[in-house]
Design a protein around this ligand. Structure first.
Ligand code: NHW
Ligand code: NZE
Length: 392
């Protein structure tokens, strides 16, 4: 990463690789906020053929155009065998949290054909860094059509979303990526737990272990039909206050974590079919909520396989254990995911996930996920276990 020139990122208020050794730089904002009147009022220039469009994700038609762009042009694994296939319901959920700004859902169209060829989004989020709660934008879904790659469109998209975020008097952002950019605040490993090993091997996601037969592999990953924890049930509307208390308390131990209130918990954690699943453990006598686990649904398209077109994947989201061992709680999450026909359960090594990954038969993924803050310096990179933030 040191010899690589980052012509765009070297111009941005982010930790720079050249500053890696320096320990005298203060933690916190890199550039000060400016008066809104000093923010560039008009959009950045796009190449002539293209125009900006604000995407109303409440419009079925626009949401579908975004869905089609991402389905064909969004993130692939390193071997280009799979591509994220976020559903329309998922995109609607991901982009409409409390206080969202439609102006932060930014598209680029071809002027003549009106075809959507690029996209980038921001959503507002209160993120605590140590004991500072910072109003940030979470940036996601940056996508340039495969035919328009390597034309330096991404820097323009990034500058435009930055400008629109600044207009709302927000000066920091958080984002994650599979690529190394100046400069990660933490680098996490992702892990996969097979639920449908036969399909995973058929599509090339997994390989049959040495000295393993298919039937031995199926038996290795077998799970019980029903969950084992007494009082384990789906989260419901009336659980929001208790889940908020439980989650806020749990997340307070991490250096970087969302500062969720009840409105945020209602949006991000109340179950939504095929989008977000949340379960909790309610004590028998006291009705006290002692534990919580959640996962989101993000399928991947399987590129070039005759028998299957989609991998149904669950991604570990926020989990809290105060009474039920995290190992047992997450095993119940696996049991639920298997029963709901997921092929694989994914998790990052963030928070306390390290403690269950190996024991629950997760295998390491083939890449890393890097976490970034924009215009906010962290003196030392964090261990994944110091991160309490999961981005979609
Ligand atoms: C205060 C508010 C602040 C808000 C903004 C905060 C910052 C938000 C930042 C965004 C966070 C997004 C988070 C997110 O969405 C989750 S990460 C997923 C990103 N999307 C994909 O991987 C989809 C498939 N790939 C593409 O669509 C294109 O390859 C993209 C569009 C990725 C790059 O298009 P391209 O045609 O391949 O490339 P050029 O246009 O020629 O541009 C090359 C320049 O772009 C830099 N680049 C490449 N990938 C990047 C990435 N993932 N983040 C940031 N920068 C990235 C690259 O280093 C180079 O700059 P450098 O020369 O300096 O090295
Ligand atoms: C987080 N969010 C910003 C999407 C995103 N962008 N870039 C990424 C790179 C890796 C992961 C990731 C995160 C957790 C995980 F268990 C597996 C992952 O990727 C596997 C490789 N892969 C990529 C596409 N299909 C399969 C997500 C992302």
């Amino acid at each position: 990463a040191l010899e690589k020139r980052h012509k765009f990122w070297e111009t941005q208020p982010v930790g720079q690789f050249k500053d890696l050794g320096a320990t005298n730089l203060p933690e916190g904002p890199i550039e000060p906020a400016t008066p809104i009147s000093d923010v560039k009022q008009e959009p950045y220039n796009l190449p002539n053929l293209y125009e900006w469009v604000t995407c109303d994700m409440n419009s079925e038609e626009v949401c579908n155009e975004v869905y089609v762009l991402l389905t064909n042009n969004y993130v692939e694994d390193d071997e280009n065998m799979f591509r994220f296939n976020y559903s329309k319901e998922f995109l609607h959920w991901a982009l409409h949290p409390p206080g969202y700004f439609r102006s932060w859902h930014i598209g680029v169209r071809v002027k003549s054909s009106k075809k959507l060829v690029a996209f980038i989004t921001g959503i507002p989020a209160r993120i605590r860094v140590r004991d500072e709660v910072v109003n940030m934008a979470e940036i996601n879904f940056l996508c340039v059509h495969k035919k328009l790659r390597s034309k330096r469109l991404a820097p323009v998209m990034i500058k435009e979303v930055t400008r629109r975020v600044h207009l709302e008097n927000i000066w920091q952002a958080g984002y994650t990526a599979g690529v190394i950019l100046p400069t990660p605040i933490s680098t996490c490993q992702y892990w996969h737990r097979s639920l449908n090993p036969k399909k995973l091997i058929d599509v090339g996601f997994s390989r049959l272990g040495a000295r393993m037969t298919m039937s031995r592999t199926i038996k290795l990953y077998k799970l019980p039909e029903s969950t084992v924890t007494p009082g384990f049930r789906k989260m419901e509307l009336h659980d929001i206050p208790a889940v908020t208390r439980l989650l806020r308390n749990y997340l307070s131990q991490f250096i970087v974590a969302p500062d969720f209130d009840e409105n945020d918990v209602e949006h991000w954690l109340l179950p939504k079919e095929n989008v977000i699943d949340s379960y909790l453990v309610e004590g028998p006598e006291t009705q006290e909520i002692t534990d919580f686990c959640s996962f989101y649904t993000l399928p991947s398209s399987i590129l070039g396989n005759q028998n299957y077109s989609t991998l149904k994947a669950a991604y570990s989201y926020y989990n809290v254990s105060t009474k039920t061992p995290l190992l047992q709680l997450m095993n119940d999450a696996l049991i639920v995911a298997k029963r709901k026909d997921y092929d694989v359960f994914n998790a990052l090594d963030v928070m306390q996930n390290e403690c269950f990954l190996k024991e629950l038969k997760f295998g390491p993924g083939d890449g890393k996920l890097h976490y970034y803050l924009y215009n906010y310096r962290i003196r030392h990179a964090l261990n994944p276990s110091e991160l309490g933030l999961v981005l979609l």
